[in-house]
Design a protein around this ligand. Structure first.
Ligand SMILES: Nc1nc2c(c(=O)[nH]1)N[C@H]1C(S)=C(S)[C@@H](COP(=O)(O)OP(=O)(O)OC[C@H]3O[C@@H](n4cnc5c(=O)[nH]c(N)nc54)[C@H](O)[C@@H]3O)O[C@H]1N2
Ligand SMILES: Nc1nc2c(c(=O)[nH]1)N[C@H]1C(S)=C(S)[C@@H](COP(=O)(O)OP(=O)(O)OC[C@H]3O[C@@H](n4cnc5c(=O)[nH]c(N)nc54)[C@H](O)[C@@H]3O)O[C@H]1N2
Ligand SMILES: [Mo]
Length: 752
């Protein structure tokens, strides 16, 4: 048997994949990628892992007692019965039909958050949303775990959607490399995160751009709790997490104090500065936001704050902010205050100046590229209007009919009877998994499509085995990437796995909506249809795209849409003439005070950016460490975890702390420990790291949640410990990065 090799793309980039005799054998880097990700290496072992779902599976007591919620408390605690496809599809269709008939489609939650896999047609979220819209509708979700608070606050401040800002109004790397002299990076610009981008990033260039910028003599300052959030050649300004706003306020106070504020820019392009200034100087609340005030809060010495403020005012400065800062309580504030600080410097609209978010958070941010229309599955209108901010899922399930506030509205949680999940892992991504486990007992039925027996699949009633991208044909293309991929089926479906599309088509037929869902096409027909539409759109914009047959033959191509010529100066037109090119805010200007937000009357998001002291519910004396749960370096979220966890000693996951914190707790480097708080506990292996500020524990996400008999997670999932509370009533985003914990050696672990 000979080996075949094809090029695949994925959220972590393109790679060469080899197969022999129906099995994947090896994943290798692609020469076109200057800095390929290692994540792909785990693909063959994961695809053929024993934890694949082999056949449709129905939870035992659901099968016996259906329909009804009686046995919901047994979810995740009992076995499954494997059924033939037709029987399992019949059961699922009957149950969906029962719920939509008896309770209406607003009793079905199809928000189904998650990344799933790359590939334009077999895009799990698009498939499940299309299916549910076709059969009557579903309760949807708004925004993301990535940028929930940002998506709420930025339109109030800059008058545009956050995603539009990200892709169209931020400095691209060539613009930065040429013009920026000081880059102040809150949360760093992280090469580990830049490995990943939605739909893929083929040339990993973020590290290269930072190097280039540094070689020009520009100063790069990583402000944050971890040295490793930026390359070694960057300066590190250690800062306690969750305190960036205090530092930003002190920088702003210094600008004001030393006459460095750009008054002319503020007068022309911003509104509300007087209100913010009264807050800065203390005229409003009696507390001037001086460097001496900020120093004990954020841990940065007053002289260093003053020096940084002067440098920022005297050179072309770009302020960058990681997405992590807003995945925390009051996460709206650092985003708003970063804009305010940039406005005071007066460089918004100048090449390489101003403010930008999420550089390095995903690889595509800052790519100089001409945006083309996508290649997306068409979505019929969803007849149900109800939605939740995505991270409020446990609140919704625990409190049907309950009232909540969101961005100026008062809303109610729907009464959900059926949850449908496809392409996401809530028992990876949600906070306070103990609480989610309680909420998860409420629905009458939970249906999940998964390739693997993840924590979520194990807590479902009906599990349909889904194919992975290597078992089906697809097209790969990402909006911030110039490459286009044809991805053939490399191996037959593992065991009885089927494509999400085929599962939905079979259900739609049973529910009388086959024609609406499929439009008479099979998967190959859809791929040809979507591809041809994309090709025509591109042609209309003057970009020539090969035919599908040509792409099949070549495997992958680069489209002529990338390069420095596609880098524009963001906000240039607005800066030149704010009357003629106003922003979409009520005032048409950058809003440093928002009448609209002030009118909401939220104490957790007032009318101007403010320092809101952390309000964690756990006592700091008992739980002395702040827990950070960043994205894992070696994988995407919980994906491929099964293969990585097999390495001897790999689990439980490693938690890193400053050596002084180990010493204070009698912990040996490498020892097993218990990380705990009032919400839960997990095992973890301890690692000393002088590149972590004292007072912080860093435990990456992605271990498969696996609580033992006493409830302690055995794998090292930080969401056993995080708090399930919105960022504020404005954004209601995930506040994963605000949590307190304590750590004890395993042998003598007490408390929790
Ligand atoms: N504590 C803490 N928690 C966090 C975060 C944090 O910073 N701290 N970050 C949050 C963020 S930003 C995010 S985006 C989320 C990520 O959360 P998720 O996106 O839910 O995480 P993934 O592990 O990527 O889950 C995708 C699932 O889809 C499955 N899958 C892959 N391909 C297919 C397919 O073709 N079909 C089907 N049916 N399934 C497929 C995978 O096996 C996997 O189980 O986590 C959030 N959670
Ligand atoms: N390898 C890999 N890359 C990924 C992903 C993955 O799963 N694996 N997931 C992707 C996804 S979905 C997303 S949304 C992005 C997320 O991108 P981010 O949200 O930016 O990433 P995080 O890893 O949560 O955090 C990055 C760093 O921010 C720092 N940080 C945390 N809190 C604070 C704070 O309060 N202040 C400051 N100054 N710094 C702080 C931490 O030290 C952390 O290492 O990553 C993407 N990239
Ligand atoms: Mo994310």
């Amino acid at each position: 048997m000979h080996e075949v090799e094809k090029v695949f793309t994925s959220h972590w980039g393109a790679f060469r994949l080899r197969a022999r005799g129906g099995r994947l054998t090896q994943a290798l880097p692609l020469a076109a990628d200057p800095d390929p990700s290692d994540i792909a290496r785990a693909v063959p072992a994961a695809v053929h892992h024993r934890s694949r779902v082999a056949r449709p599976s129905v939870r035992r007591s659901w099968l016996e007692g259906r329909p009804g919620a009686r046995a919901g408390r047994l979810r995740g605690r009992e076995g499954f019965v494997e059924l033939p496809w037709d029987e399992a599809l019949d059961l699922a269709a009957q149950e969906i039909d029962r719920v939509r008939r008896d309770h209406g489609p607003e009793a079905i939650y199809g928000g189904s958050y998650g990344w799933g896999s790359a590939g334009r047609f077999h895009h799990a979220q698009s498939q499940v949303h299309r299916f549910l819209s076709c059969i009557g509708g579903y309760v949807s979700s708004f925004a993301s775990y990535s940028t929930g608070a940002a998506q709420a606050i930025i339109p109030h401040v800059l008058g545009m959607e956050f995603l539009r800002l990200t892709w169209e109004e931020q400095n691209a790397w060539p613009m930065i490399a040429e013009n920026t002299r000081t880059m102040v990076m809150f949360g760093g610009v992280n090469r580990k995160n830049a490995q990943v981008s939605m739909g893929g990033v083929t040339r990993h260039e973020v590290g290269g751009w930072l190097e280039r910028l540094s070689r020009t003599g520009a100063r790069l300052v990583n402000v944050g709790p971890q040295r490793a959030d930026a390359p070694e050649f960057c300066e590190w300004l250690p800062l306690a997490p969750g305190t960036d706003v205090a530092l930003m306020l002190a920088l702003a106070w210094t600008l004001e104090d030393e006459g460095l504020t750009d008054r002319a820019f503020l007068a022309r392009c911003a509104t509300g500065y007087e209100r913010l200034r009264d807050y800065l100087t203390g005229a409003a609340d009696g507390q001037p936001k001086t460097p001496e005030w900020a120093a004990p809060i954020c841990g940065v010495a007053p002289e260093r704050i003053r020096a940084l403020a002067r440098r920022m005012a005297s050179t072309r400065t770009l302020i960058t902010v990681a997405w992590s800062l807003q995945r925390a309580r009051h996460g709206e504030q650092p985003y708003w205050m970063a804009v305010a600080l940039a406005a005071m410097l007066g460089q918004i609209g100048l090449p390489g100046g101003g403010v930008g978010f999420g550089y390095g958070a995903i690889g595509g941010v800052g790519a100089a590229i001409r945006r083309l229309g996508g290649m997306t599955l068409p979505q019929p209108p969803n007849p149900v209007r109800d939605f939740i901010p995505v991270a409020r899922i446990a609140d919704m399930l625990l409190d049907p009919g309950g009232r909540f506030e969101f961005n100026g509205r008062v809303m109610r949680y729907p009464d959900i009877r059926l949850v449908y999940w496809c392409g996401g892992n809530p028992f990876h991504h949600h906070q306070d998994l103990g609480r989610l486990s309680r909420a998860w007992t409420r629905p009458e039925t939970i249906i999940v499509h998964e390739p693997w027996w993840t924590a979520t699949a194990r807590r479902a009633d009906i599990v349909f085995p889904a194919t992975t991208p290597y078992e089906r044909e697809d097209i790969g293309r990402a909006g911030a990437d110039p490459f286009l991929f044809h991805m053939p089926a490399m191996i037959p479906p593992v065991a009885e796995a089927r494509n999400d599309y085929d599962i939905f088509a079979a259900l739609a037929a049973r529910l009388g909506e086959a024609e609406r869902f499929t439009e008479g096409r099979d998967a190959a027909g859809w791929i040809a249809h979507l591809y041809e539409r994309f090709r025509q759109q591109a042609a209309a914009e003057g970009v020539e795209v090969p035919t599908l047959d040509e792409l099949r033959a070549r495997g992958w191509v680069e489209l002529p849409i990338a390069g420095a010529e596609h880098a524009r100066v963001p906000f240039a037109r607005f800066r030149a003439d704010p009357e003629a090119a106003p922003l979409g805010t009520p005032s048409g200007r950058i809003e440093l005070f928002s009448e609209r937000i002030a009118a909401f009357g939220y104490d957790d998001c007032p009318g101007h950016p403010a320092w809101l002291a952390p309000d964690d519910d756990l006592p700091a004396e008992r739980y002395r460490l702040k827990l950070l749960s960043p994205q894992p370096a070696d994988k995407l979220h919980s994906q491929l975890e099964c293969a990585l966890a097999d390495a001897p000693g790999a689990r439980p996951q490693t938690v890193r702390l400053h050596p002084s914190e180990l010493h204070a707790r009698g912990l040996r480097d490498g020892a097993l420990a218990r990380v705990f708080n009032d919400r839960g506990a997990t095992l973890a292996r301890v690692r000393a790291d002088p590149g972590v500020v004292p007072g912080v524990a860093v435990l990456p996400t992605g271990a498969w949640f696996d609580p033992g008999p006493d409830g302690t997670d055995r794998q090292g999932n930080p969401n056993a410990l995080t708090r399930d509370l919105g960022t504020s009533r404005l954004g209601q985003g995930s506040s994963a990065h605000t949590a307190r914990v304590e750590i004890a050696p395993l042998e003598t672990a007490a408390g929790g």
